[in-house]
Design a protein around this ligand. Sequence first.
Ligand code: AMP
Length: 423
Amino acid sequence: MITSVKGTRDLLPPDTRVWNRVEAAARDVFALYGFDEIRTPVLESTELFVRSVGESSDIVHKEMYTFTDRGDRSVTLRPENTAGVARAYVEHSLAQAGRPWKLYYMGPQFRYERPQKGRYREFRQIGAEVLGDPTAVMDAEVIVMLFDFLGRLGFTGLSVSINSVGTEATRPAYVEAVRTFFSSNEKTLGEDDRRRLADNPLRVLDSKDPAVKQLVASETFPKMVDLLPTLDPASDAHHRELKALLVASKVTFKEDPLLVRGLDYYTRTVFEVTAEGLGAQNALLGGGRYDKLISDLGGPKTPGIGFAIGEDRLVDVLPEPFRKKALEGMRAIAVVPVGSADMPDAWGIARLLRGAGLPVDFHSGHRGVGQALKSAEKSGAVIAVLVGQEEGLRGTVVVKTLATRSQEELPREGLAAVLQARL
Ligand code: AMP
């Protein structure tokens, strides 16, 4: 037997109904904020991720699905979608439109991680990006939009953790402060964290090692937001404006000076959203501002802000009422020919009903009417229309309510309207 590749999975009905409802809600809410969909290729040049996500990130360092194609190019299955969106923005000179671009995407992403509960090698993300607006207003708008979306799915107790990671002007000084701090505590660091310290000291903040976590949580650990007022007053003002806007929008937020997030391209705002009862682990989503990414990829200087939601996790923790509603199938009408000679007639009636907008579950009846009715009930039909020769002569069909097995003869004329009322 050939099975699916390790870390990937099939999404089967009826679960796909839930996924579709979640995606439909995202499309609805994002449209209210003026976002349009962008679809970028799953396959990109490896160089794109090395230059955007960053060489020292865990993703590029050890999680990418990279291979050489038949034309000897190094290509990678995208581990995230922001880089692809940024590449498309540059490639198609979208900056020339002279207005901000508000884009959303949804689709599969690939990371070669150790498969564990909730972590897959193929997973899906729903995300959005605003390109071309540097203001804190957009940071707030993106966060408020997210709250609306998650609210529509029924999540309650939503809260966003925010931090500012400064800009190029502040980053080197902060990285130095962090390096000095960890260097004077180097004995505490394991092999992985020492490598991170040498590569990029900020990565040590992502360490899962309890001893290192304790170090990071200590009072003396340097915090970017403390450096901003003196080193980078503009970023400090941006951060304060965002907080004021969140207060005005009645969005619950908390400041988390240790939130840096794993990607190299963030500048100023970074954030993560949590909901009641979810626990801090495995944040539902994360995002941030990236004012240098586009120019790093060879485009004009263009500010950006965006987020990515882990859709697998989102569906996993979805509030029950939304899931239940989504799982409810369509109440369908089964159309069953009584004998094989009745097939063309039954087929015509099925087409007529579907044409009137009614969902029809057509049965060939090749194993007899009894089997057809059983199978129809299992697939969720509530009414069966039996098409036979005798009734045909009278211009009628037999209509059976499957739950009670009660039946009556009804005229073919005006049948759709009568059935519609009974569904
Ligand atoms: P990131 O791009 O790392 O900020 O991830 C954004 C979101 O994607 C996370 O909060 C997760 O919910 C989700 N995610 C990342 N990696 C995986 C994975 N391997 N399997 C499932 N979900 C993932």
